[in-house]
Design a protein around this ligand. Structure first.
Ligand code: ADP
Ligand code: TZD
Ligand code: MG
Length: 581
């Protein structure tokens, strides 16, 4: 229990007795702590400033950000990394709205988080009488998250927090909104009754066993495969069934393809990884087993040119039954938690499970070797100014030498090239823009990755991407976090060479100030700033940063001609029928 709010005299008839009181502030903190939640990502202000102070006083770690979106992103990735809901705490209306983008993004990505926002008085909000930061936050949050709750009475705080935790973690994880009106925080009740009202959530993410039928059906489909493929998604890395997933992949002998954040679940250097033969395996496979990955835009919805003309049958493991048949027919749905499903499949695969068809695995390996051999010399170039391959070749080497480094990655070209070039060697070591391809996750993810894991963090950021959360480098310096930010500075969005088509004075819409000194921003807050112009420079600077553990920003000067429009997804840009001038 945190320090009780106060004691109160109970009146003339028993003025000898002092009754211990607690209040809404302390009940919220005690409810979180009771459920083993020890970190809060926040921006203080009315009415939650004291909530942060009391939480810190009670031994919780309260990380204050400069903007709620980044506190929210930090909470979301803390949830992904720990399987416990990450907590973001904000003020009302504008602070809440700033946090809401992160809450919606967490929900889209299946990350468990709880956005707790203070709110104005119900009576005034509902009559729309213009309270300080008035907004009907509960109604606004509802469509953007898994569940939204409001607590009006101090004795319900325990239940409110318990419901929020369950909603965030159980089934498909996601974002939950918890609305705490200012008045609630100041409400008092007897401390003993308060303690008794708290709920320790038992088994917040209950296992969901797949049915035997589903397992048998899946085995039949897998047995019939001539050109099998496994696709691992971030649901698989979230599930922490690392050993069984590896056993399943190895026992099957099937080539596998990791989605971006599932890289490292098995090391990217694993002989069965088909990462470097992606287009071949998607086109030519005949049976595809999805484990914690959705057939959304990132997989071209399971159809069309990417998937070729060969008929396919899908096995899909997912905790959400509604995911089945979302884009194409699923021949063998396996609904349950990944740990239980994978171990059931392993049991059902007899000891004499045949080796994967040799013709297929050889075709995949031949393509993979050819692609890797073609890429290798480009990664070793020491060009000045750097191109993406030279710069990323240096970073790839660092991550190979320091496999426990957590890589955060956003941008367009900076994202797409880094995803394919930097091998990841351990589970949950690559955090990125996720399902929405959202810019702005960088510094929030970096802060939480450092706080939650204590591991060094390397954030590889496009110069545009960095700008969305750049002010949080002050937060990184303030908490002295072992974060090394590398800004891939190509003077703009996609590249720095566009010109204003009107010939007017303004620069083009995608172009930034030339040769901006992002490294000097870091120096302003007492961190280390470095300007690196060659891959050798970059390699040295990142090593120094990780060795020292000091907050560092490396301004990596990239050839402004090097990028392409929208990186690898330029095809998603609508085309105008009016010719460009
Ligand atoms: P990716 O972007 O890597 O392809 P997605 O976010 O699209 O991954 O898919 C993740 C999937 O994993 C979601 O459909 C989600 O329901 C599922 N999932 C998350 N956690 C679990 C779990 N513990 N067990 C089973 N499925 C899970
Ligand atoms: N706003 C948000 C929140 N998310 C987005 N994805 C975008 C805008 C659009 N966008 C992209 O999809 S990538 C990108 C933007 C603005 C930045 C690309 O420039 P960069 O990377 O400097 O980060 P490269 O290496 O120059 O391509
Ligand atoms: Mg750029």
């Amino acid at each position: 229990m945190s320090t009780p709010a106060q004691t109160a005299e109970t009146g003339p008839e028993d003025d000898e007795t002092q009754i211990e009181l607690t209040d809404g502030f302390h009940l919220v903190i005690d409810a979180l702590k009771l459920n083993d939640i020890s970190n809060i990502y926040a921006v203080p202000g009315i009415p939650i400033t004291d909530l942060g102070r009391f939480a810190q006083a009670s031994g919780m770690r309260v990380i204050s950000f400069r903007h709620e979106q980044h506190a929210g992103n930090a909470a979301a990735i803390a949830g992904y990394l720990t399987q416990k809901p990450g907590i973001c705490l904000t003020v009302s209306a504008p602070g809440f709205l700033n946090g809401l983008t992160a809450l919606a993004n967490a929900t889209t990505n299946c990350f468990p988080m709880i956005l707790i926002s203070g709110s104005s008085e119900r009576e005034i909000v509902d009559l729309q009488q213009g309270d300080y930061e008035e907004m009907d936050q509960l109604a606004i949050a509802k469509p953007l998250c898994k569940a939204a709750f409001r607590v009006l009475n101090a004795e319900d705080i325990g239940i409110g927090v318990a419901r929020a935790i369950r909603a965030a973690c159980s089934g498909r994880p996601g974002g939950v909104y918890l609305d705490l009106p200012a008045k609630l925080l100041g409400q008092t009740m007897q401390a003993e009754a308060g303690r008794n009202s708290l709920v320790k959530v038992v088994d917040p993410a209950p296992r969901q066993l797949p049915s035997n039928d589903a397992i048998e059906r899946a085995i039949k489909v897998l047995e019939s495969a001539k050109r099998p493929l496994i696709i691992l998604g971030k649901g698989a890395s979230y599930a922490r069934a690392d050993d069984d997933i590896r056993k399943l992949v190895e026992k099957s002998g099937f080539p596998y393809l990791p989605m971006s954040m599932a890289k490292g679940l098995l090391p990217d250097t694993h002989p069965q990884s088909a990462g470097a033969a992606r287009s071949l395996v998607l086109k030519e496979s005949d049976v595809v087993m999805m484990i914690g990955a959705r057939l959304n835009w990132l997989l071209s919805h399971g159809k069309g040119k990417t998937w070729g003309t060969a008929p396919k049958r899908f096995v899909q493991i997912d905790i959400d039954p509604k995911e089945m048949d979302s884009n194409v027919e699923i021949a063998a749905p396996v609904v349950g938690d990944i740990g239980s499903c994978v171990s059931a499949l392993l049991k059902a695969m007899c000891d004499s499970w045949p080796a994967a068809p040799r013709e297929w695995t050889e075709a995949v390996n031949t393509r993979k070797e050819a692609n890797l051999a073609r890429m290798a010399p480009r990664l070793q170039n020491n060009n000045v100014p750097m191109d993406f391959h030279g710069a990323l070749g240096a970073l790839r080497k660092i991550v190979r030498e320091r496999p426990d480094t957590i890589l955060v990655n956003e941008g367009a070209n900076t994202l797409d090239f880094a995803r394919s070039i930097i091998d990841i060697h351990q589970p949950r070591k690559r955090l990125d823009v996720g399902t929405w391809g959202v810019m702005g996750i960088g510094m929030g993810f970096a802060v939480a990755a450092a706080i939650e894991t204590g591991k060094p963090v390397l954030a590889v950021e496009g110069d545009s991407a960095f700008g969305f959360s750049g002010m949080e480098i002050e937060t990184i310096c303030r908490y002295k976090l072992p974060v090394c930010v590398v800004v891939f500075n190509n003077n703009g969005i996609y590249r720095g060479t566009d010109v204003n088509p009107s010939g007017g004075e303004d620069v083009a819409t995608t172009v930034f100030v030339k040769d901006a000194r992002y490294d000097m921003m870091m120096e302003a807050f007492g961190g280390v700033g470095v300007r690196a112009i060659s891959p050798d420079d970059l390699y040295r600077a990142v090593n120094d940063a990780i060795d020292s553990g000091k907050p560092t920003l490396i301004n990596a000067v990239i050839d402004e001609n090097a990028g392409t429009e929208s990186g690898r997804i330029g095809n998603l840009n609508p085309k105008s029928v009016v010719a460009k001038k």
